[in-house]
Design a protein around this ligand. Structure first.
Ligand code: SAH
Ligand code: SF4
Length: 436
């Protein structure tokens, strides 16, 4: 979602004379878009801010020019003034629901005295209604936020506090943005939300629509070829959406459905509101409608109170699901969440060894999934050039990176049928089937 927000900030600032630059050395404005989901991401914010301070000081010394520094995203939301206290060279702090105000906040910065501007409000008019900036460039694949925030309050998670209450963007606003993306050459859209499958809004027939219906509506856009969505919560996985994985050929055979733990005791402590059995039932149903689908997930290792027995239940669930891909993280205490004050925190050493076991198992499942594709034909969307001569990188329907080569200089944004020749942990290689 931060990628999406960063793109929107770029669109927003363009009419004000700003354009993206790879190099911060001579930038008039540096926006650091931050993540607060785990402690590591927060530490990174402060180390990045130290690096940025050195850059802006060097620029000032070189040519007397002052750069404006803005911190956006969830660390900005959670820490507000604290950021300016710890990093006084920051001029602007702006939260994820108020970055539409960035141009005004920049205009208010006095270049000589450098006053501080903070806006971490949750506005009454949702930001999307105010984000009318033109979209000029995205590449072949783009994100589109359709849902934000969360009301589920899992005991480990900061999202409800930083992104705010659950909000679904209205249908029209989503369809309009999808058209804008198509107009700049986008072929694949990934619908985004902290709980994307909780999306619900009034449909064209005035009835309440869920994500499945939205996907069907978007699929009517001719030039849009691949549709994805992330991240889903098991409780919001309704039958309409599950069936969409069978009936809608533009919806990719990939489902990211985090479970966090395989132990019912831990799931309860996490306030996930479902059991491991119920999760497995959903996976079974999804596979019933689409046997090929790649299943992905998230795991939190070492949540307070997790015992060896709970850990074994997680390993057992992973074995039952057989993931195509997954993310796993050590539990990280987040200030203000109930989990952070639970008494039975797990030792760091134990977390490390359990994480290792979980990741080894997930890695082997991912490699087997990738290997199954050898000798099959896969249609990929070509995303960019690789590092080697004539090399391209595309994405498969199952969300795998696929490397191939072609002397054709103009393949980005096309769909190419490849015969998969090799499979690795995180990628595939293939040869072009049709001569281009
Ligand atoms: N809404 C999604 C997840 C959004 S947060 C869901 O309910 O599943 C993205 C991922 O970050 C989570 O799935 C979780 O695995 C991880 N995460 C969130 N808080 C965390 C914490 N305190 N420690 C470690 N990982 C965390
Ligand atoms: Fe966080 Fe997801 Fe739980 Fe919401 S449902 S609190 S976003 S983990």
């Amino acid at each position: 979602m931060n990628f999406y927000d960063s793109d929107r900030m770029t669109d927003l600032l363009k009419p004000h004379g700003y354009q993206l630059d790879d190099n911060e050395d001579d930038a008039d404005l540096i926006v650091l878009n931050t993540c607060h989901i785990r402690e590591k991401a927060v530490e990174k914010t402060y180390s990045e801010l130290g690096r940025i301070r050195d850059k802006i000081n060097a620029r000032k010394e070189k040519n007397g020019k002052r750069s404006i520094v803005a911190v956006a995203g969830c660390v900005a939301q959670a820490q507000g003034k604290e950021i300016i206290k710890r990093s006084p060279w920051v001029d602007i702090v702006v939260g994820p629901q108020s970055y539409q105000n960035l141009p005004e906040l920049i205009a208010k910065v006095d270049p000589v005295n450098k006053n501080k501007n903070i806006n971490i409000d949750f506005p009454t008019i949702p930001k999307f209604d105010q984000l009318n900036a033109k979209i000029e460039e995205r590449g072949p694949s783009a994100f589109l936020t359709i849902q934000e925030g969360c009301d589920k309050f899992c005991t480990f998670c900061v999202v409800p506090y930083t992104r705010g209450a659950e909000y679904s963007r209205p249908l029209k606003s989503i369809i309009d943005e999808a058209h804008k993306l198509i107009d700049v050459g986008v072929k694949e859209i990934t619908l985004l939300g902290q709980n994307v499958n909780a999306w619900s809004s009034k449909g064209l027939d005035n009835q309440n629509w869920g994500l499945g219906k939205l996907i069907d509506e978007l699929a009517k856009i001719n030039e849009l070829k691949f549709i994805r969505y992330t991240t889903s919560h098991p409780l919001d996985m309704d039958i309409e959406l599950i069936k969409c994985h069978k009936d809608n050929k533009k919806l990719m055979p990939y489902l990211h459905l985090p479970v966090q733990s395989g132990s019912d005791k831990v799931l309860k402590m996490m306030n996930r509101k479902h059991t491991s059995k119920e999760y497995l039932k959903i996976i079974e149903k999804v596979r019933h409608y689409n046997p090929e689908i790649a299943i992905s997930g998230d795991f939190i290792i070492g949540f307070p109170g997790e015992t060896d027995k709970d850990h074994i239940s997680t390993l057992s669930l992973i074995k039952q699901v057989n993931y195509a891909q997954a993310y796993s993280f050590k539990y990280s205490k987040r200030p203000g969440t109930p989990g952070s004050v639970f008494l039975n925190q797990v030792d760091e050493d134990i977390k490390n060894s359990r994480l290792y076991e979980v990741q080894e198992l997930l890695r082997s499942q991912q490699l087997s999934f990738n290997k199954q594709t050898i000798n099959s034909s896969i249609k990929v969307l070509v995303l960019k050039k690789g590092k080697k001569k004539h090399q391209y990188i595309g994405r498969s329907p199952f969300n795998q990176s696929v490397y191939f080569s072609s002397k054709n200089e103009d393949l980005i944004g096309s769909f190419i049928d490849l015969n998969i020749t090799e499979a690795f942990q995180n990628s595939l290689t293939g040869n072009i089937l049709s001569d281009l």
